[in-house]
Design a protein around this ligand. Sequence first.
Ligand SMILES: [Zn+2]
Length: 71
Amino acid sequence: MEKNDINLCDACKALLGKKRHTPPHKYLIQTNFLEVKSQFCNVDEYFYTCRTCSKTWLLEKGTYGQGWVYN
Ligand SMILES: [Zn+2]
């Protein structure tokens, strides 16, 4: 990953590396929601787009959720 090449706004920069308990910042708009269920893992995926820098984010919640991942 080349994080340095991406033009993130300050609010999005603050989300880098954050875990699933961190709420979305105020410029994020939720665009989609996906519930992934399997026998061993249960992940809720929330998709967001930033109004400021147009960055798209995936927030993985649930037992094995990774937290904030940018696309
Ligand atoms: Zn942003």
